[in-house]
Design a protein around this ligand. Structure first.
Ligand code: PEP
Ligand code: MG
Length: 545
């Protein structure tokens, strides 16, 4: 990253484009209230409100986690044990206890973590000094809760993005999938991040909502003044803070030219895309919410190639039931009711942690219980989704996609469960597809095809697993190369193994204009891309020999 001073007050910064486009607005600095790792510190008087809020958020988060734990433990383990956690929920909200913590923060000017530690230890000692056994247990309970609260204070995400003003340029260290719920409301017109690789979820999300975004801007959170006028030219990976009139004028001209080019591509967007060799290629869109779907339809998408159901789960503290899923998905997909739609089952884990997964601790989550592996461990979650999707299949032309299929059994088991449910509900089974995201799956397509009606390549994860490079880790970004010959070699093998099969690609590779010819030549007939990219990808298909 470079920094230089231009006109009197202008600061020019540069980074790396994560998502194209241009945006101008006021800088909004996103400081995560609850991600300070050293929880024990003194504060100044003006910080007391922040600390009180952190404490309240942590209490709310811990009681939500406990509620989930209560239902899981009582269902899968022991009712007595679940009663203990129910008691913890009451205890953590005890008015006398919380009043003491708040008093500690405001009177002794210490952080929420310090206050919690002091007060909870005091209560623990009190119970320990009592003679009865029951009181001794309470001391243990208090200690347990203290641990939970401190852990929560160190890691629970705040909600500062909930109040993101319209027309903001978001400045953040990095973005996590859970932050994106707030960005989906469209108040941001650009984003500047310190970290975040091309394959990160922040990148996918930014591209999907057409949010111009630059990453790799060191110390952006410290360097950029809150509320400062900021121009983001993501195409040139350049940022200007406090621009001069000349710079503003130049930026406006460039923005207008960009809008003009987009307009040209959009003029043909509603027409089908046929390559010069006469191959008809369907250009679909990846969506997560109704605004995405609307944009996909407006931009001429021929279908929805990937509906990311995670957004529904991210919006709830506990797993949604069948009718919540039906209602929310119905709203999200309504604009595409006339089009073919592929809905992916919950792809939780690794880069997509969910609120109710806190108890799942793995040393290497990307290689752990994610995607279909997680659903197999929690069959109720799978059953609820299948039931909801079957209900929706009576209204929509839909297919179901299974994430992270690796073993034949991953798809076979879902197929069996789906057919059983169809028989029970007397409904026709929708087509079931396998998402090809691991090298093992890509090299086992003939076997997978026995149970899968279609196959869609998720090249984001496929790249991550091919190159052993975490898609979220900027430090190994150069290994995360989704246009590397090794990736296209896999496509060649897939095409040789199943020459008659028409493949889809719904990873970011589908939106890379320089890869389209190679994909089309290897049996790919559906490219599913971020909604803003649909017109330009159609245009590119038409120019492809
Ligand atoms: C992929 O892995 O390519 C994909 C489309 O899924 P996600 O990015 O949601 O993991
Ligand atoms: Mg994936």
């Amino acid at each position: 990253m470079n920094t230089s001073s231009n006109a009197k007050n202008a600061i020019i910064l540069s980074g790396k484009m994560l998502s194209p486009g241009m945006g101008s607005g006021k800088a909004f600095i996103y400081r995560d209230l609850l991600t300070r790792y050293d929880e024990f510190y003194d504060i100044e008087e003006p910080d007391t409100d922040d600390e009180l809020e952190r404490f309240s958020l942590a209490v709310a988060k811990v009681s939500d986690d406990l509620s989930i734990l209560v239902s899981r433990v009582s269902r899968e383990m022991d009712k007595n044990l679940s009663d203990i956690f129910s008691a913890h929920i009451t205890m953590i909200k005890d008015p006398a206890l919380t009043a003491e913590v708040k008093h500690e923060i405001t009177e002794n000017l210490v952080s929420a973590g310090s206050a919690v530690r002091t007060v909870f230890r005091r209560w623990e000692r009190r119970f320990q000094r009592m003679e009865m056994n029951i009181a001794k247990h309470k001391a243990d309970d208090i200690r347990d809760l203290l641990r939970r609260l401190i852990a929560s204070l160190a890691g629970v995400r705040g909600h500062s993005l909930e109040h993101l003003p319209e027309g903001s340029i978001l400045i953040a260290r990095r973005l996590l999938p859970s932050d994106t719920i707030y960005l989906a409301r469209k108040n941001a017109v650009g984003a500047i991040l310190e970290y975040g690789g091309l394959g990160s979820h922040a990148a996918l999300f930014a591209r999907e909502i057409g949010l111009p975004c630059i990453t790799g801007v060191q110390n952006a959170v410290e360097l950029i003044p809150s509320g400062g006028a900021t121009l983001v030219d993501a195409n040139a990976a350049e940022i200007i803070i406090h621009p001069s009139l000349d710079q503003q004028h130049h930026f406006q001209l460039k923005t207008q030219a960009l809008i003009h080019d987009k307009h040209q591509a959009r003029l043909n967007a509603q027409q089908v895309a046929i390559s010069k060799q006469g191959k008809k290629i369907a250009v679909y869109a990846n969506v997560a919410c109704v605004a995405d779907t609307q944009k996909a339809v407006d931009n001429g998408a021929d279908g929805i190639g990937l509906y990311r159901i995670e957004q529904v789960f991210l919006g709830h503290q506990t797993p949604p039931d069948v009718w919540t899923l039906v209602n929310e998905i119905r709203i999200a997909l309504a604009p595409a009711k006339h089009l073919p739609i592929t809905i992916r089952l919950l792809d939780a884990g690794a880069d997509k942690p969910l609120p109710f997964m806190a108890s799942l601790r793995e040393t290497n989550p990307a290689l752990g219980q994610r995607g279909i592996r997680f659903l197999q461990a929690y069959p109720d979650l799978l059953q609820t989704q299948l039931e909801a999707l079957l209900q929706l299949s009576t209204e929509f032309n839909l297919k179901i996609l299974v994430p992270m299929v690796t073993l034949i059994d991953d798809i076979k088991a879902v197929k069996q469960q789906l057919l059983k449910l169809c028989a029970k509900l007397a409904l026709e089974a929708p087509k079931l597809g396998a998402m090809i995201e691991t090298p093992a799956a890509a090299l086992s397509l003939q076997a997978i095809a026995k149970y899968a009606d279609f196959m869609s390549f998720g090249t984001n994860d496929l790249t991550q697993y091919m190159f052993a490079a975490d898609r979220e880790n900027a430090a190994v970004e150069r290994y995360f190369d989704d246009v590397h010959p090794a990736i296209f070699r896999l496509f060649e093998i897939a095409h040789q193994d199943l020459p008659e099969v028409k493949f889809s690609v719904c990873g970011e590779l589908a939106g890379r204009t320089d890869s389209i010819e190679k994909l089309i030549n290897n049996g790919v007939t559906i490219l599913s891309v971020a909604p803003p990219l649909v017109p330009s990808i159609k245009q590119k298909v038409r120019q492809t020999p």
